[in-house]
Design a protein around this ligand. Structure first.
Ligand SMILES: C[S@@+](CC[C@H](N)C(=O)[O-])C[C@H]1O[C@@H](n2cnc3c(N)ncnc32)[C@H](O)[C@@H]1O
Length: 277
C-alpha cells in the first residue's frame, strides 16, 4: 500500500485532466507525431489516469509499461483502463486496448522506483512519463532519474508536479501558517530521501538541462470551484492530517481551519517536457 487510494486518485482525476498545460501537451504531441509507434513508461502510474490523458496525444500504435509499487493500484489501473477503452482484451499479462482509433498495448509492473529504477524503466522507451509524482522524490533521486532517462535517449514528460502555490477562497488568516506547515510535511522522506516537495519542478528541469536536454515548463494549476466541493473537502482534510503530523500548528487552529467553508482553491502545479537535442 502506498497511502494513495484508488478512490482519491479517481476523485482528483477530472481536475487533473482539466489542469494539464495545453502548450506543453501540444509540444509533446508534435515531437512524436511522425512516428508510427511509440513505447512509453509511466512511473508511479497509480490507477492509470496519466495513460488515459496522454494516450490521446500520441501516435496510433502505443506500448505502455505501467509501473507502481502498490499492487492494489496496479489492479485498479487494469480495471479502469478496461472501463475506459472502446474495446479491450487480456493476452496473458498484457492488456490490449482500442480507444478512439488508437491501438494500445499495456503491461503492468510492480517495482519500488527508488530501489530498482533501472529495472522499472526497462531498456528502450521512447518516452518516460509520470503524473503527480515528482514532488514525492528527492534531488538525489531526480539526479539518478535524469541520468537514466538520458542514457536511454528518451523524451520525458511529467505533469502536475506540485509547485508550492496555494490560494484558498475565501482567504482565512490561518491559511499562511497552514500552508507553511504543509510544505514542511511535503519535504519529509516519502521513500526517496528528503523530498524536494514544492521545489521539485525547478530541480527536475535543472537536472535535464545539465544533460543538454531542451526543457519546456508550464503551469497546470487546479482551479477548483463550487462544483469541486468533494475534492476541496478531501484536500482540506488531507492538509489538516499532514499539518497535524508536523505539530507546527496548534490543535484548535487546525480544527477551526478544517471546518472552514471554502468555495474554491487554486493549487499550483508545473508540467515539464524534456527533449534530447
Ligand atoms: C499522487 S499518486 C499519482 C498516481 C497517478 N500517476 C495519477 O496521476 O493519478 C503517486 C503514485 O506514486 C506511486 N509511488 C510512490 N512511491 C513509489 C515508489 N517508491 N515506487 C513506485 N511507485 C511509487 C504511488 O503508489 C502512487 O500511485
Amino acid at each position: 500500500m502506498s497511502g494513495f487510494s484508488a478512490e482519491w486518485l479517481g476523485l482528483r482525476e477530472p481536475a487533473d485532466h482539466r489542469a494539464r498545460n495545453r502548450e506543453i501537451a501540444s509540444a509533446l504531441s508534435a515531437r512524436l507525431a511522425q512516428r508510427e509507434a511509440v513505447s512509453i513508461v509511466d512511473i508511479g502510474c497509480g490507477a492509470a489516469s496519466n495513460l488515459k490523458a496522454t494516450a490521446l496525444l500520441l501516435p496510433d500504435r502505443q506500448t505502455w509499461r505501467l509501473v507502481d509499487y502498490d499492487a492494489n493500484l496496479l489492479t485498479a489501473a487494469r480495471e479502469r483502463l478496461m472501463d475506459w477503452a472502446d474495446a479491450s482484451k487480456s493476452e496473458d499479462a498484457q492488456l490490449v486496448l482500442e480507444k478512439d482509433g488508437k491501438h494500445i498495448d499495456v503491461t503492468f509492473h510492480q517495482f519500488d522506483l527508488n530501489a530498482d529504477l533501472e529495472g522499472a524503466l526497462g531498456e528502450h522507451p521512447d518516452l518516460v512519463t509520470s503524473a503527480a509524482f515528482f514532488d514525492l522524490t528527492s534531488v538525489a533521486f531526480m539526479q539518478r532519474f535524469a541520468a537514466a532517462v538520458v542514457a536511454r535517449k528518451a523524451a520525458f514528460y511529467t505533469v502536475l508536479t506540485y509547485n508550492g502555490r496555494q490560494r484558498w477562497s475565501p482567504h482565512h488568516p490561518s491559511d499562511n501558517a497552514i500552508v507553511a506547515a504543509f510544505h514542511r510535511h511535503q519535504m519529509r522522506d516519502k521513500g526517496f530521501g528528503s523530498a524536494a516537495g514544492p521545489t521539485s519542478a525547478l530541480e527536475l528541469g535543472e537536472q535535464f538541462r545539465l544533460h543538454g536536454y531542451s526543457v519546456l515548463e508550464g503551469d497546470s494549476p487546479w482551479d477548483l470551484g463550487p462544483s469541486d466541493a468533494a475534492l476541496i473537502a478531501e484536500l482540506q482534510a488531507g492538509h489538516a492530517a499532514a499539518v497535524a503530523e508536523t505539530g507546527a500548528v496548534d490543535a484548535k487552529t487546525l480544527e477551526r481551519w478544517v471546518g472552514l467553508k471554502r468555495t474554491g482553491a487554486i493549487i499550483g502545479h508545473t508540467d515539464t517536457l524534456a527533449l534530447p537535442g
